[in-house]
Design a protein around this ligand. Structure first.
Ligand code: TRP
Length: 332
């Protein structure tokens, strides 16, 4: 019997701040569980992050912290390739080449570009515009089969597929055309203060967002203050955004289904439910915070880890780079 080859997964996250509970449940927790089933490469997208101005000192610290966080969340450098994007030059290199196979019109239609250029009107730089070509390079370099992304990145992934197909159409099969991957669990986590908005680390209201390094007492307190509705029933229904969000979170950390949660909290008030969610999240995050502290207090191992990750990533990326350069007609 022919053995099925493990599929390749690539995903990335920008190191622009300590991850939120939303980043964890929606992305990184799933990344960790996929490590046995797939060949995984996970990247801190620092090249993407400089499309918005960063303070160099804070940025460097944040990138290190995020690296420690990925490990603390269970990414295992023995199983997966965990690396920092800027440490693998092939990303910038392929990005330039792919930008010559990406149309101005396509990039102009990206909704994230339109949103971000409206929000940062004083810095609508070319990198913000060509951001999707860089993301295409990230993915295509590793010949990824599957790319776990949130809803906000789907359009970029579609463009990646278009670029790959276009390039393959001209030069033959160079790139694997990747599919999106929607994990079985892990949904969009919303703000605790306004459950119609996505949970965001840049929210002005400190109660809106749980940082994965928040202390247990703080977590419990924030959940107690979470905005819900004036009804009393713990059930998942349209119009109950706050409760729906808390149920999604509770389900993600306990593994209980929405129906089980409704049954467990039948006849109990929101107060009880909010406390239970807060305590469950605090317990889930406690070992992560402890592991993070260990990784951060041993900078030498952290450094060894991302250097080794970058070396492995560079080796994989170089295979694709050689093919691309040859096809395009560069002298090797
Ligand atoms: N653009 C993604 C984000 O902001 C991060 C990212 C960069 C990424 N390169 C990627 C995600 C490649 C998946 C695959 O969320």
């Amino acid at each position: 019997m022919e053995q099925q080859k493990k599929k390749v997964i690539l995903s990335g996250i920008q190191p622009t701040g300590i991850f939120t509970l939303g980043n964890y449940i929606g992305a990184v927790k799933n990344w960790a569980t996929m490590q046995d089933e797939f060949h995984c490469a996970y990247m801190l997208a620092d090249l993407h992050a400089i499309t918005v101005r960063q303070d160099p000192k804070a940025f460097r610290e944040q990138t290190l912290s995020c690296c420690a966080l990925l490990l603390a969340c269970g990414l295992d450098p023995e199983k997966s390739v965990v690396f920092i994007q800027s440490q693998v030059p092939a990303h910038a290199e392929l990005s330039w080449i792919l930008s010559c196979y990406t149309q101005f019109g396509e990039l102009s239609r990206m909704t994230q570009f339109k949103d971000k250029s409206a929000r940062h009107a004083d810095n609508v730089n070319a990198g913000l515009f060509t951001y999707p070509s860089l993301m295409a390079a990230d993915i295509l370099l590793y010949q990824a089969d599957l790319v776990p992304v949130g809803a906000d990145q789907k359009q970029h992934l579609e463009l990646t597929r278009d670029i790959a197909n276009r390039f393959n159409g001209i030069y033959g099969n160079v790139f694997k055309v990747p599919d999106g991957y929607i994990p079985k669990v892990g949904a969009r986590i919303m703000s605790l203060a306004d459950p119609t908005k996505k949970m965001s680390k840049s929210d002005d209201n400190p109660n809106a967002c749980i940082s994965i390094l928040d202390k247990p007492e703080v977590i419990v307190k924030k959940f107690k203050r979470a905005v819900t509705d004036s009804d009393m029933e713990v059930c998942y229904r349209e119009g109950k955004d706050g409760i729906n969000n808390l149920m999604t979170i509770y389900s993600a950390v306990t593994g209980l289904t929405l129906d089980q949660i409704t049954a467990d909290f039948a006849g109990r008030g929101y107060g009880d439910f909010k406390t239970a969610v807060g305590e469950a999240v605090a317990e889930e995050l406690r070992p992560i915070r402890e592991a993070y502290d260990r990784f951060m207090s041993d900078r030498a191992s952290l450094e060894a880890c991302y250097h080794q990750g970058a070396e492995r990533a560079a080796r994989l990326a170089e295979r694709t780079m050689q093919k691309v350069k040859k096809k395009v007609g560069f002298i090797l």
